[in-house]
Design a protein around this ligand. Structure first.
Ligand code: PAF
Length: 281
């Protein structure tokens, strides 16, 4: 694996590969890598000649300063995991490389109502930060395919929308959620949980499955209420949202509709760590 820290050296190298007609897959990350990230790397390796991974803890997507400060940094282990999973290139930029004009001069992306619902409602400014960093990373890497995890489903929809406008030639491929054996969605934030909270946190996914299994016999409102109750009774301290939505628009639905693909999404806190999850219904 070759490590690049500057845009100029990375672009020079990637141009040489492009001239040899090699295809480039890109996996953007904030580090603290786990099986979920590695499944994106594996997917990229299956379909592209060269896999580039970036590690950059993007300050502009954290609405909560404490969350940014507590974000786990495990660079040595990350490099080990990327190497053992045959990643070709690691891009490890500084803040200046990504934001040459400074982090206070963000571009505004028109992502419509998606910016203010679910994650956006509880993390104001988050998706503008995500769009800014991914826009810049795509400008630098110029890949054939971008790989994104389905755990951040709203992020995936928003980035797809941003890319239709600015990077319509780059393919976007969503990769399924990697889970612990108890069903807990893998996340860099899980590292901040005690062993007992990690066990208890599986209730988030179980509650979404409960909604899935009972959708044809109970109302959405009733199911969401029961899911919330069981999450709070089993170790979570606070729920931001549990919603059943149209998977294309993320607008909430109140009744099961046979013609639409529905998704159940959740965000809740355990041991002050905010976890999210979703499943298709
Ligand atoms: O999903 C993430 O890890 C981040 O939001 C991303 C896409 C790497 C942008 O910082």
């Amino acid at each position: 694996m070759i490590l690049f820290k500057t845009t100029a050296t990375l672009q020079h190298y990637l141009n040489k590969l492009r001239n040899k007609s090699l295809t480039i897959g890109f996996v953007p990350t904030m580090g603290a890598l786990h099986e979920g990230h590695l499944s994106l790397i594996k997917e990229s390796r299956k379909t592209c000649n060269i896999t580039v991974c970036s590690i950059f803890v993007n300050p502009t997507q954290f609405n909560d300063k404490k969350d940014f400060e507590k974000y786990p940094v495990t660079i040595e282990n990350d490099i080990f995991l990327l190497e053992t999973n045959n990643t070709n290139i690691l891009f490890l930029p500084s803040v200046n490389e990504i934001y040459p004009g400074g982090i206070n001069k963000l571009q505004h992306f028109d992502i419509g109502y998606l910016e203010n619902i679910q994650e956006g409602k509880y993390r104001p400014g988050h998706f503008q930060g995500v769009c800014n960093v991914v826009f810049r990373l795509l400008e630098i890497v110029n890949p054939n395919t971008l790989f994104l995890g389905r755990k951040d489903y709203q992020q995936y929809l928003i980035l797809k929308k941003m890319m239709q406008q600015f990077y319509s030639t780059v393919n976007v491929q969503a990769v399924d959620i990697a889970r612990e054996s108890n069903g807990l969605a893998m996340s860099s934030r899980n590292m901040r949980l005690s062993n007992s909270a990690r066990e208890k946190a599986a209730i988030l996914n179980k509650a979404l499955h409960f909604i899935q299994q009972n959708l044809s016999v109970r109302s959405v409102d009733e199911l969401v209420q029961k899911a919330k109750d069981s999450i709070l009774e089993n170790g979570f301290d606070e729920i931001n949202y549990i919603e059943v939505c149209d998977a294309e628009t993320l607008l909430p639905v109140t009744n099961e509709t046979k013609h639409k693909q529905l998704i159940a999404l959740a965000a809740a806190f355990i041991e002050e760590v905010r976890l999210i999850d979703n499943i298709m219904l």
